[in-house]
Write a protein that binds this ligand. Structure first.
Ligand code: ATP
Ligand code: MG
Length: 387
């Protein structure tokens, strides 16, 4: 997919505007605090219908406004045949569009696809097919496990059908089961929720496990390439006893059931379910010939950053495979944070492996590395884009 038009109204500091986005993408230049990240945040909002910065929606409403609207037209990746090119030349409506309107009072959020309201957000998430890289991504590795579960949940909800549904059913069951425990209800009133969490919980763990297993080799090679030869591996540690070497989903369910039985006393005393995917962890180990180190605990800043970049590249692969479309690359000032060697290698990787449309921000021309020769420039000042 490619973004062909972007509209923003009342979003953060951005001026209300409709922008035609060039097919190849655009480089967005502007000093600090002018709205570069806000612009990428608006685009990415259309992907997951919440801020990638993890802030509540009302914080996205421009100061003093009642709500915001973000909309985009999406065009197929490569216009094929004369007719399509003709359509593009005349600047007519793109094939697909997605829009969201948020109202501060009542907090309502309405989403339309191709002009038609969608009943559930889940039907509309992932329609842009973008992958966002930001300097904050290092938190994927350095923060607590919840950050990595959030990464997996967003990624798998966007790309694996049935995942979001399983996750929601699991969470619902878990919260019921936890209140029964917290309120000290009789055993059978806790137990009644076991099957409600085992089925969907096993599906969540199984999907995570399969995704990581399938991407382990790619993670290794991305890490090696970015770091310039160091080796690291990604490891999934499920929040139940045992390892994730299940043959199928029902094996995961069996382990989950067994773990629940074993922890009955412990959950009584803590007042919460202590095993399950809500305790999953994703680990990274930097490997040298004689030992292996946990990157989160012992890695350098550069090593953590490398692991985070590799995760984003896996995400791009997942979009490509899962949705059969080249991801739209959103790069928020990522090169500023890397040393020369790493920056150059990341650049090379992105040039080679993510060839689609790219929107890249940078404070100055010299920080603009990717596709410098071909990308048109937008200048962003006080929320206003000039072409
Ligand atoms: P940097 O180069 O430092 O990353 P940036 O261009 O990415 O800067 P943004 O993060 O996009 O800057 O923020 C631009 C400005 O938007 C900030 O000064 C911020 O105060 C302002 N801003 C944030 N939220 C809102 C809002 N809801 N309404 C109005 N302005 C806002
Ligand atoms: Mg920024």
């Amino acid at each position: 997919m490619r973004l062909s038009r972007l509209g923003v109204v009342g979003f953060r500091n951005l001026r209300d505007a409709t922008m035609a986005v060039p097919l190849e993408g655009v480089a967005i230049l502007g000093a600090n605090a002018q709205g570069k990240t806000n612009l990428l945040e608006a685009i990415h909002y259309l992907e997951i219908f919440r801020s990638f910065r993890g802030v509540p929606d009302r914080q996205l409403v421009r100061f003093g406004e009642e709500g915001f609207r973000v909309s985009a037209d999406l065009a197929p990746e490569t216009p094929t045949g004369g007719e399509e090119e003709g359509t593009h030349d005349h600047g007519e409506a793109a094939k697909d569009s997605v829009a969201v309107v948020f109202r501060r009072d009542g907090g309502s959020k309405r989403v339309t696809l191709g002009g038609q309201p969608v009943e559930r957000l889940a039907d509309a998430i992932g329609s842009v097919g973008s992958v966002l890289f930001t300097p904050d991504d290092v938190r994927l590795v350095s923060d607590g496990p919840a950050e990595r579960r959030r990464y997996l949940d967003i990624l798998l909800s966007l790309n694996v059908s049935g995942y979001l549904d399983a996750l929601q059913r699991f969470r619902h069951g878990l919260s019921q089961r936890n209140s029964a425990l917290r309120e000290g209800r009789p055993e059978r009133e806790v137990r009644i929720w076991d099957e409600a969490i085992i089925g969907p919980g096993a599906q969540v763990m199984w999907t995570r496990a399969v995704w990581i297993r399938d991407r382990a080799q790619a993670f290794r090679s991305y890490y090696r390439e970015i770091s310039g030869g160091e080796s690291a591996r990604i490891h999934y540690a499920p929040g139940i006893s045992g390892t994730a070497e299940w043959a199928d989903r029902s094996a995961a369910a069996e382990d989950f059931r067994r773990s629940l039985r074993r922890t009955a006393d412990r959950e009584r005393s803590t007042g919460a379910t202590v095993v399950g995917p809500q305790r999953d962890e994703l680990r990274f180990f930097a490997e040298s010939p004689h030992r292996s180190r946990d990157v989160r605990a012992y890695g350098s800043g550069g090593e953590r950053r490398t692991a985070a970049l590799a995760l984003r590249l896996l995400e791009a692969d997942t979009v490509r495979v899962g949705r059969g479309t080249e991801p739209i690359l959103l790069l928020d000032d990522v090169f500023g944070e890397l040393d020369e060697g790493r920056a150059g290698r990341v650049l090379e990787l992105l040039e080679r492996s993510v060839p689609g449309q790219v929107l890249i921000t940078a404070p100055r021309e010299s920080d603009l590395r990717l596709r410098r020769e071909v990308l048109p420039r937008w200048f962003l000042r006080d929320g206003e884009v000039t072409v």
